[in-house]
Design a protein around this ligand. Structure first.
Ligand SMILES: Nc1nc2c(ncn2[C@@H]2O[C@H](COP(=O)(O)OP(=O)(O)OP(=O)(O)O)[C@@H](O)[C@H]2O)c(=O)[nH]1
Ligand SMILES: [Mg+2]
Length: 323
């Protein structure tokens, strides 16, 4: 398929085109930059909600319920489920698909799972790419699910306009809030499985942590849900909408978008710099020799990094010379 045709099919909201385009970006196809060049100007209309939290807290169920809510309100919904534990993810992803099946039968809902394969922090760029495709294809509500486990997931969550942190009673309450280091990223706390004992206590714990924290104009909401029964979803959507209202006030949205822009730029630079320095070394086995030098204590990694960068700069300079 010609690139122009592929892009046109995405803009025409063709599902196969969308799926294909996301796959190309996820794979790091050589045409990645061209694809993004053509799609990015068409985006910027979607509202993106990140959903994170410990395994099994009910994120997928919540995403499915929110998707139904948005569909009922006439929105087109994109869902990106990021599973960082790629070797073991087959079953989990399949489970998610089944749980989301009610939504996926709807042609105006597009669901995509992705696992991290690229060692160069490829997860955030892949999720970014998928977001651009869905946004350009007119999905105006996009839900991104990640397990709140590590930095990669936190990075992805920061691609969202609004971040939901999902907690459940009985997991050690305030500890789960503090430990995950998520006080900074939550715009709305969801206390799911709220039919369970300990809900009140957890809500109080979150409340007192919020009392201690500083808020830049928006105190995160706390919403109770029983996602498996669809309870509390209207209230949750309302809390998300309130956060958007907050972002729409003058001077609120821009700092967030600037932060996101810087984050993605840094990721892309890191990945690109690593690739351009390491790829040639990998090709001729030089990397193993260098690593061996380090293990033998004939060199140390800080020196080697400097030398590699210096050699790379020299190579770039000489290849830029005419003749
Ligand atoms: N009792 C109860 N169970 C729920 C609720 N919401 C979801 N569940 C159940 O909790 C289990 C896990 O739900 P998921 O939606 O897969 O949770 P998740 O956070 O996406 O899980 P991972 O993606 O594996 O981290 C499922 O069996 C759900 O049916 C709830 O409000 N109450
Ligand atoms: Mg899930």
């Amino acid at each position: 398929v010609q690139l122009q045709d592929l892009i046109a099919s995405v803009l025409d909201r063709d599902r196969r085109g969308v799926a294909r385009c996301i796959s190309l970006l996820e794979r790091g196809d050589p045409r990645t930059l061209q694809i993004l060049d053509l799609l990015v100007p068409h985006g910027g209309k979607a509202r993106v909600v990140g959903v994170t939290g410990a395994p099994g807290t009910g994120k997928s169920t919540l995403v499915g319920a929110l998707a139904e809510h948005y569909r009922a309100a006439g929105h087109r919904v994109g869902i990106i489920a990021v599973d960082p534990s790629s070797p073991f993810s087959g079953g989990a992803l399949l489970g998610d698909r089944i749980r989301m099946a009610r939504s996926s039968a709807d042609p105006e809902v597009f669901i995509r799972s992705m696992a991290s394969r690229d060692e160069l922090g490829g997860l955030a760029p892949a999720a970014y790419g998928a977001l651009q495709v869905l946004d350009a294809a007119g999905y105006d509500r996009i839900l991104v699910e990640t397990v709140g486990a590590g930095q990669a997931e936190v990075d992805i969550v920061q691609l969202a306009h609004t971040t939901l942190v999902v907690l459940v009673p009985g997991l050690g309450d305030d500890v789960q809030v503090l430990k995950a280091g998520i006080m900074e990223i939550a715009d709305v706390y969801v206390i799911n499985k709220a039919e369970r004992e300990g809900t009140q206590r957890l809500q109080a714990a979150v409340g007192s942590l919020l009392d201690l924290a500083e808020h830049t104009g928006h105190r995160p909401g706390v919403v109770r849900t029983v996602a498996s029964e669809g309870r509390g979803i209207t209230e949750l959507a309302q809390a998300v909408a309130e956060h958007w209202t907050h972002l729409d006030r003058p001077g609120r949205r821009q700092p967030r978008l600037l932060r996101q822009a810087e984050l993605m730029l840094r990721k892309a630079l890191q990945a690109e710099a690593l690739r351009s320095v390491l790829d040639p070394l990998r090709r001729d086995g030089g990397l193993e020799r260098l690593l061996d030098e380090i293990v033998q204590r004939r060199a140390h990694p800080l020196r080697v990094a400097q030398d590699l960068l210096e050699a790379h700069r020299a190579g770039a300079r000489s290849s830029a010379l005419p003749g």
